[in-house]
Design a binder for this molecule. Structure first.
Ligand code: TPP
Length: 667
C-alpha cells in the first residue's frame, strides 16, 4: 500500500494516524524480510536474496511523499522499495520464490522485479546499473510534459561506479527530475565506505555536479527521511533539477544469505540495533501499545497469507520461460521523405533522410550521441537534424557511452524511441552493461511489462588507417545475446528499409553502418519501403557456390564472383542484411542449389558470424552439401593502422577465389 502525501504530512505528535501508517509500513517490510529469511534458511525459497532489514525507513519515508505517478528504480536490495511503492506482499513473495503468480512470473526473482503499473520500474542486479535508466525515465517524463519525478535508489558501493558519475553529470547537465536516494549502510558487501570512495562525504562528492542538490539524513528515522526527501522531490518536480539524498543507515542482516559478517563487530551491530527504525519511530511519535498491537496483527495476517499464496503458486513452465523474447510490431505507414523515390543518393544521406522521416513521423523519436548536433556526428550522418528538430530531440551528450546508452534505455522504457549513435562501433565496449544487461533483458526479466524500443547505430569496419580501436567489426558478440537484433545494410535501399524497421520496432536493435560504404550510392526507395528483419537478399544469382556476406565485404564478394565467372564458375551472393536473426530459409535454399558455401566478412574469422552461420547450415542443409562450408574473414589479429598492414589482415577477393576454387574442383 502506498502511503499518500496526506498520510505523511503530519507534524510530529499531531497526527498519530500518519505515524501509525508509517509504522505499519516499516513493520510490513521487516516481517516480509524475516519470513523470507526463514523460507530461504529452510530451503523453501532458492536463489539469491539481499534483505533490507534495518533499512526500512528509507523507502517508507521516501514513498510516503511520492505520488502514484512518480516512479522508482531499485537495486539488488530492493524488497523494501517494492513494498513501500505499493506492491502486494503476496505477489512480491511469489516472484522472489520463483512462482508463476509473481509479478514477473518468476523470471525476475529478487533482483529483477518490476511493477510498472504502480511506478516501480524495476530492481537491478548490476550495482549502479539502474542509475542511467532512472535518468532516462526522468527524461521521458519531462519530455512528455509530466511533472512526475523519478527516484533512483542506490547503495554506497554504487558511488564508485562509472554509472554514478556519468549519470549524475548527465542529470545535472540536463536538469532532470530525478532524486538519487543513496542508502549508505556503511558497507558494500564487506568493503567499508571509506575504503571505496576517495571523498570526505558522499554528499560533497555529488554536489560537485553543478545544480545537483545533495543532503544527508538519518536514514533510520522515517519521519526525518520523509521530511528531507519532500523538498528535493518537489524541487525536481518543479523543474529545479536533480538531487541526492544520502540516508545513513545500517543493514542489520548479512549482505546475502551466506554472509557471516566477519568484517564488522558485534558491538557495532548492537549500537545500530539501538537505532532500529521501528524503535526510533515508536519513540519519536510516542505511539501507544494498543495501536501498535493492532498494526502488528494486521501485518501478521498479510504476511501469513502472502506466504501461503506464494508457496501455493506453481512454478512457470517451458512456455512461460520462452515467452517475452521477441517483440516485433512494426507499423507500415509511409515515411515522409524529401528525396524522391528512385533518385540517386549516398548511404550517409539515405540514413540521415530516414532518421529525419522517422522523426517527422513520430514525435517520440529522439537522437542521442556525441557531437551529433552542429558537427553532425563523426561521419556527418546527423548533419542539420538538430537545427531542424531542436536540441530537445537531437541530444548531444558528454563522452559517457554507458551513461547515455543507459539513459536511452530508460527513455525507451518511458515511452520514447531513442536512436543512439556511437561515434565508432568500437566504443560499444564502453556501454556493454547498458546494452547487454539492460536493453536486451528488461522486457524479458520484467515479463513483457516494459519494452525497450531502442536503436543503436554504430559505424563498423576498416577504413584505411583508423587502427585497432577504430576499425573493429564486433557484431558477432551480439548474436550471442538473446533480446538483441543485429542488422547491417550494404546498399542504400537496405539501409533505409532496415533503419525504418529498427526505429519502429519495439525491441532493441543494433544497426551497423559499414563506414567505408558511407559514400556509396544507390536509389532512394519509396516511402513505404521497409525491410523485415530475418530476410536476406540474393545479390547475384549463381549455381556453383554461395558467398554469404554482409556490409562492406559485399564489394569483395562481387569482385570475387566476377573473377570466378571468368573461370567459368557462377557464384551466388547472399547479402545477409540481418545477422540476428539469420534468414536461414534463404541461406539453406541457396546452398541446397549450389552445394558449396563460403561466409565472408571483415570481422575476424574466429567465432564470427561465418562460424555461426556455417554451423547452422551444416545442421540444416547437411544432406545437400558437396563440400564443407568455409569462412573467409580477417586474420585473428587487431586491425593495424597502416593501410598496407590493414590490407594484409583483411580478407580480399583473391582470397575468396583461392578458397572457392578447391571447393569447386576437388569436391
Ligand atoms: C557491477 C557489479 N559488481 C559487483 C556486483 C556484486 N555485488 C552485488 S551487491 C554488491 C555490493 C553493493 O554495495 P552497495 O551498493 O553499497 O549496496 P548494498 O549491498 O550495501 O545495499 C556487490 C559487490 C554486482 N552485482 N554488480
Amino acid at each position: 500500500m502506498t502511503i499518500t502525501a496526506a498520510d505523511a504530512s503530519f507534524r510530529e505528535g499531531t497526527a498519530p494516524e500518519g505515524a501509525l501508517r508509517l509504522y505499519r509500513e516499516l513493520l510490513r517490510i521487516r516481517r516480509f524480510e524475516e519470513e523470507l529469511h526463514r523460507l530461504v534458511s529452510a530451503g523453501r525459497v532458492g536463489g539469491t536474496t539481499h534483505l533490507c532489514v534495518g533499512q526500512e525507513a528509507v523507502p517508507v519515508g521516501v514513498s510516503s511523499i511520492l505520488s502514484p505517478e512518480d516512479q522508482v528504480v531499485s537495486t539488488h536490495r530492493g524488497h523494501g522499495h517494492l513494498l513501500a511503492k505499493g506492491a502486494r506482499a503476496d505477489r512480491a513473495l511469489a516472484e522472489i520464490a520463483g512462482r508463476r503468480d509473481g509479478y514477473c512470473g518468476g523470471k525476475g526473482g529478487s533482483q529483477h522485479v518490476a511493477v510498472p503499473a504502480i511506478g516501480h520500474m524495476g530492481s537491478n542486479g548490476i550495482t549502479g546499473g539502474g542509475l542511467p535508466i532512472a535518468a532516462g525515465l526522468a527524461f521521458a517524463s519531462r519530455f512528455a510534459g509530466s511533472d512526475a519525478c523519478v527516484v533512483s535508489y542506490l547503495g554506497d558501493g554504487a558511488c564508485g561506479t562509472g554509472n554514478f558519475h556519468e549519470t549524475l553529470n548527465l542529470a545535472a547537465l540536463w536538469e532532470l527530475p530525478v532524486v538519487f536516494v543513496l542508502e549508505n549502510n556503511l558497507y558494500a558487501m564487506s568493503t567499508p565506505v571509506a575504503r571505496a570512495t576517495a571523498c570526505d562525504a558522499l554528499t560533497a562528492w555529488a554536489e560537485r555536479y553543478k545544480g545537483l542538490e545533495a543532503r544527508a539524513v538519518d536514514g533510520n528515522d522515517v519521519i526525518a527521511v520523509a521530511a528531507a526527501a519532500k523538498p528535493l522531490v518537489e524541487r525536481a518536480r518543479a523543474g529545479g533539477g536533480p538531487a541526492l539524498l544520502e540516508c545513513r543507515t545500517y543493514r542489520m542482516a548479512g549482505h546475502s544469505k551466506s554472509d557471516p559478517c566477519v568484517y564488522r563487530t558485534r558491538e557495532e551491530e548492537e549500537r545500530w540495533r539501538e537505532r532500529d527504525p521501528l524503535k526510533v519511530l515508536v519513540e519519536r511519535a510516542a505511539l501507544a501499545e494498543p495501536d501498535l498491537a493492532a498494526a502488528r496483527e494486521a501485518v501478521e495476517e498479510e504476511i501469513r497469507s502472502a506466504v501461503a499464496f506464494a508457496l501455493a503458486s506453481p512454478p512457470g513452465d517451458r512456455e512461460l520461460a520462452l515467452e517475452h523474447l521477441a517483440v516485433l510490431r512494426v507499423p507500415a505507414d509511409p515515411a515522409p521523405c524529401r528525396i524522391a523515390a528512385g533518385a540517386e543518393t549516398n548511404l550517409t544521406e539515405a540514413i540521415r533522410e530516414t532518421l529525419r522521416g522517422e522523426m517527422e513521423r513520430d514525435g517520440n523519436v529522439v537522437l542521442i550521441g556525441e557531437d551529433i548536433g552542429a558537427y553532425g556526428g563523426a561521419f556527418g550522418v546527423t548533419r542539420g537534424l538538430q537545427e531542424e528538430f531542436g536540441t530537445h530531440r537531437v541530444l548531444e551528450t558528454p563522452i559517457a557511452e554507458n551513461g547515455f546508452t543507459g539513459l536511452a534505455v530508460g527513455a525507451a522504457v518511458g515511452g520514447l524511441r531513442p536512436v543512439v549513435e556511437l561515434m565508432f562501433g568500437d566504443f560499444v565496449t564502453c556501454c556493454m552493461d547498458a546494452l547487454v544487461n539492460h536493453a536486451a533483458k528488461l522486457a524479458y526479466m520484467y515479463a513483457g511489462q516494459v519494452s525497450v524500443p531502442l536503436t543503436l547505430r554504430m559505424p563498423i569496419g576498416r577504413r584505411n588507417g583508423y587502427g585497432a580501436t577504430h576499425s573493429q567489426s564486433l557484431e558477432a558478440w551480439f548474436l550471442h545475446v538473446p533480446g538483441l537484433r543485429v542488422v547491417c545494410p550494404s546498399t542504400v535501399p537496405d539501409a533505409v528499409g532496415l533503419l525504418r524497421t529498427a526505429v519502429r520496432s519495439d525491441g532493441p536493435v543494433i544497426f551497423l553502418e559499414p563506414k567505408l560504404l558511407y559514400p556509396s550510392r544507390g536509389p532512394m526507395p519509396g516511402p513505404d519501403h521497409l525491410v523485415d528483419f530475418g530476410r536476406a537478399r540474393v545479390d547475384r544469382v549463381g549455381g556453383d557456390v554461395t558467398l554469404f556476406t554482409y556490409g562492406q565485404a559485399l564489394g569483395i564478394c562481387r569482385d570475387a564472383a566476377e573473377r570466378l565467372a571468368s573461370r567459368g564458375f557462377e557464384a551466388e551472393i547472399v547479402d545477409l542484411r540481418s545477422l540476428s536473426p539469420f534468414d536461414l530459409e534463404t541461406c539453406v535454399a541457396s546452398v541446397r542449389k549450389t552445394g558449396r558455401g563460403i561466409c565472408v566478412h571483415e570481422a575476424t574469422e574466429t567465432a564470427g558470424v561465418g562460424d555461426a552461420l556455417a554451423a547452422r547450415l551444416q545442421r540444416d542443409a547437411f544432406g545437400h552439401l558437396r563440400a564443407p562450408i568455409l569462412t573467409v574473414g580477417a586474420r585473428h589479429c587487431p586491425v593495424p593502422s597502416s593501410p598496407e598492414l590493414e590490407d594484409a589482415v583483411m580478407p580480399s577477393s583473391a582470397e575468396i577465389v583461392r578458397a572457392a576454387l578447391p571447393l569447386l574442383t576437388d569436391y
